[in-house]
Write a protein that binds this ligand. Structure first.
Ligand SMILES: *Cc1c(COP(=O)(O)O)cnc(C)c1O
Length: 552
C-alpha cells in the first residue's frame, strides 16, 4: 500500500530534518542530541547487574534474510527502537564479569573521537578531503611512533582496517623489497613469510591475498612460553637463504592472541642481519612485528619498576617488567602493527601500521596518472600508497583521543590493573588442586587454564599431556571435559548470572600433535575487581561439579 500523490518537495522537507543541519540551528541540535539520548535511554533500559544487555536472543537469520526495503520513509523515532533492539543479548565488554577475549570497552573520549568524523565524514585518502583530520592521523602516528621507540620524524604510518591490515602492509612492503617489481609484474617467484607456530592466522590470510601463497608461510615451533625457538628460526632462514629463496617478511609476534607469548625481537633482528651478511644479500629481509596486542606495554618503557610509583603488587611488577623487557625492542622492526581496538580501549576499527622509515611507502605507491580524480590540491596524499581509497577518520581519532586523555600514566594504570587482576586469578587457580594455569610463563592479562577430574595430579599432568604420546586418550578426554565445563559456564553467562569467559580449541599442540583445549579469561575492563576474579574460579568449579555428576 502506498500513499497518494505527494510532491517530492514535501517529502524532501521532512527528510532534511533527518540530517544534521548545515548551518547553525540550535533547535535542531536539540533534536539531534535528544535523538541520541533517546537511543541511549533505550539501551539503558537493557542494563541490569549482568554482563549482557537485555535478554539473550538467538539471531533469527531466516527472518533477516526475508526482509525488504519499505516503500515509505519512517520517522527517526520509529527507527531508533529497531536499531537499539540489536543490542539485545550483547556482551558488555566492560562488565567486571566479562572476560571473553581481547576486546576492550571503548572509552568515552574514543567514542567522541569517532562521533566527530562520523558527523563530518573526512576521507583520509588526502588532505583535500580530510582537512585537519589528516593532521590528526599524522599526530596520532607520531605519538605512537614515539611511544614504541621509532624516530617520529623518520617514521610513517596509516590507520587501516584491522590488525590483519597492518600485517598486509608490512608483508606487502617486505615482498616488494624481496622481489622488486612484484607489485607491477606480479609475484613470479616464491617468497616466504616466516613466523612462529603461535603467530596469528592473519599470516596465512595475507599470504593468500598477496599471492604469496599459504604454502609459503613457514611456521617455526615455539617454546613453552609461546615464543619462537630461535635456533629453529635460524635453521629455517639459513636453509631458505642457502637455496636462494626470497623472504618477504619475518614476522615476530609480540603478544600472541591466546597466551600473550612474545618473540625475542632483538635476537631476531640480530639474526637476520648476521645471516644477510653471511649470505651477502643485497637487501635485509623485512622484519615485521605483529605487536597488535603487545604494543601497549611500550607505555612501561620508561616506568621505574624499581621505585614502582603506581604501587602495583610484586607479582604484577614482575609481569609488567618481563613483558616490557621484550616489547621494549619494537623499534628494531622495520614495520609493526598496533591495534588500538585491542589493548588501546578504542572501538573497532582502529589499527595503525607503522614503518620505521616512511620512505618504505614509496615501494608501494601508485603513479598519479592512475588516479585522475584525486589529489588536485593539498600536499598530503596517503591514498597514493594505501590499499584503501576511502578511509575513515574514526580509527585515527579514536586512537588520538585515548592517547590524549590517558597519557602514559593512564595506560599504565589500565594495563597494570588488568595484569594485576590476571595475577589474582592465577593465584586462585594455582591454589586449587583441580585447576591449573597453562600459560604460567606468559605475563599478560590473559590466563589459559584447565580443570581436571578428581585423581589427576595437576602438578604433573600438564607436562605429561604435552610430552607423553601414550597419554593421547587422556588429552582428548580432558579436552572434552573442559569443553563441557565451558558449555556450562557459558550457558550460565548467557542467562546473565555467571561469568563470561571463553574457550580456545587449541592453545597449543601436544608433541604428538593433539590440540590442547583451554578455558580462557582475558581481563581488560577497568571495572574488574578481585572479588569478581574469585567468582570465576567459583563458577568454573561449580560447573565442574555438575559435569562430574553427569559422568557417574
Ligand atoms: C587479533 C590479532 C590479529 C588480527 O587483528 P584484527 O584487528 O582482528 O584484524 C593479528 N595478530 C594478532 C597477534 C592478533 O592478536
Amino acid at each position: 500500500m502506498t500513499r497518494g500523490a505527494v510532491h517530492y518537495q514535501e517529502l524532501l522537507e521532512a527528510l532534511r530534518q533527518s540530517f544534521p543541519q548545515p548551518v547553525s540551528d540550535p533547535v535542531h541540535d536539540g533534536y539531534v542530541v535528544f535523538s541520541i539520548l533517546r537511543a541511549l535511554d533505550q539501551v539503558d533500559a537493557l542494563k541490569s547487574q549482568t554482563p549482557i544487555l537485555g535478554m539473550p536472543i538467538e539471531p533469527d537469520y531466516a527472518q533477516a534474510r526475508s526482509e525488504v526495503v519499505g516503500d515509505e520513509h519512517q520517522k527517526l523515532e520509529a527507527v531508533i527502537p529497531e536499531l537499539v533492539s540489536y543490542l539485545q543479548g550483547m556482551f558488555i565488554w566492560g562488565h567486571p564479569r566479562s572476560q571473553l577475549n581481547v576486546v576492550p570497552n571503548p572509552s568515552l573520549a574514543s567514542v567522541i573521537g569517532v562521533l566527530l568524523p562520523l558527523l563530518y565524514n573526512p576521507n583520509l585518502c588526502s588532505d583535500e578531503s580530510a582537512r585537519r583530520f589528516a593532521e590528526a592521523e599524522v599526530r596520532a602516528t607520531a605519538m605512537a611512533a614515539d611511544l614504541v621507540g621509532y624516530d617520529p620524524r623518520r617514521a610513517g604510518g596509516v590507520f587501516t582496517f584491522g590488525g590483519t591490515g597492518t600485517l598486509l602492509y608490512g608483508v606487502k612492503v617486505g615482498l616488494e623489497k624481496a622481489i622488486p617489481g612484484a607489485g607491477r609484474e606480479g609475484v613470479r617467484e616464491d617468497a616466504l613469510i616466516v613466523a612462529s607456530g603461535q603467530s596469528h592466522y592473519a599470516c596465512s590470510s595475507v599470504a593468500s591475498w598477496l599471492g604469496i601463497g599459504q604454502q609459503n608461510v613457514v611456521l617455526v615451533p615455539t617454546h613453552q612460553n609461546n615464543s619462537v625457538q630461535l635456533p629453529l628460526l635460524e635453521e629455517t632462514l639459513r636453509s631458505a637463504m642457502a637455496e636462494g629463496r626470497k623472504i618477504a617478511a619475518i614476522v615476530a609476534t609480540m603478544g600472541t592472541t591466546d597466551a600473550f607469548g612474545i618473540d625475542n625481537l632483538q635476537a631476531i633482528d640480530q639474526m637476520r642481519r648476521r645471516l644477510a651478511e653471511e649470505f651477502k644479500l643485497s637487501t635485509l629481509p623485512h622484519l615485521h612485528a605483529d605487536a597488535v596486542i603487545g604494543w601497549a606495554w611500550s607505555v612501561f618503557n620508561d616506568y621505574d619498576f624499581e621505585a614502582n610509583p603506581l604501587e602495583f603488587r610484586g607479582r604484577t611488577v614482575r609481569a609488567l617488567a618481563a613483558a616490557q623487557h621484550d616489547i621494549g625492542h619494537l623499534r628494531l622492526a622495520d614495520s609493526l602493527g598496533i591495534d588500538f581496538h585491542k589493548t588501546g580501549y578504542a572501538p573497532y576499527n582502529s589499527s595503525l601500521v607503522l614503518f620505521r622509515d616512511a620512505n618504505d611507502f614509496a615501494l608501494i605507491a601508485r603513479s598519479r596518472e592512475t588516479m585522475p580524480y584525486l589529489y588536485q590540491s593539498g600536499e598530503h596524499h596517503p591514498g597514493m600508497y594505501t590499499l584503501e581509497t576511502s578511509r575513515s577518520g574514526v580509527g585515527a581519532m579514536a586512537a588520538l583521543a585515548n592517547m590524549l586523555q590517558f597519557g602514559k600514566e593512564g595506560f599504565r594504570t589500565l594495563l597494570g590493573h588488568a595484569v594485576e587482576m590476571a595475577e589474582v586469578l592465577r593465584e586462585r587457580i594455582e591454589s586449587h588442586p583441580n585447576l591449573t594455569v597453562l600459560n604460567g610463563d606468559n605475563v599478560g592479562p590473559v590466563t589459559l587454564f584447565r580443570a581436571y577430574p578428581d585423581g589427576v595430579d595437576t602438578f604433573s599432568v600438564k607436562d605429561r599431556e604435552r610430552t607423553d604420546a601414550s597419554y593421547h586418550e587422556q588429552v582428548l578426554a580432558h579436552n572434552a571435559y573442559n569443553r563441557q565445563i565451558f558449555e556450562r559456564v557459558h550457558a550460565e553467562a548467557l542467562t546473565g548470572h555467571g561469568v563470561a569467559i571463553s574457550l580456545t580449541n587449541c592453545y597449543r599442540h601436544t608433541d604428538a600433535g593433539d590440540p590442547i583445549v583451554a578455558l580462557k579469561s582475558y581481563v581488560l575492563s577497568p571495572f574488574s575487581d578481585e572479588r569478581r576474579m574469585e567468582s570465576i574460579v567459583k563458577h568454573v568449579l561449580a560447573a565442574r561439579d555438575i559435569v562430574d555428576a553427569q559422568r557417574v
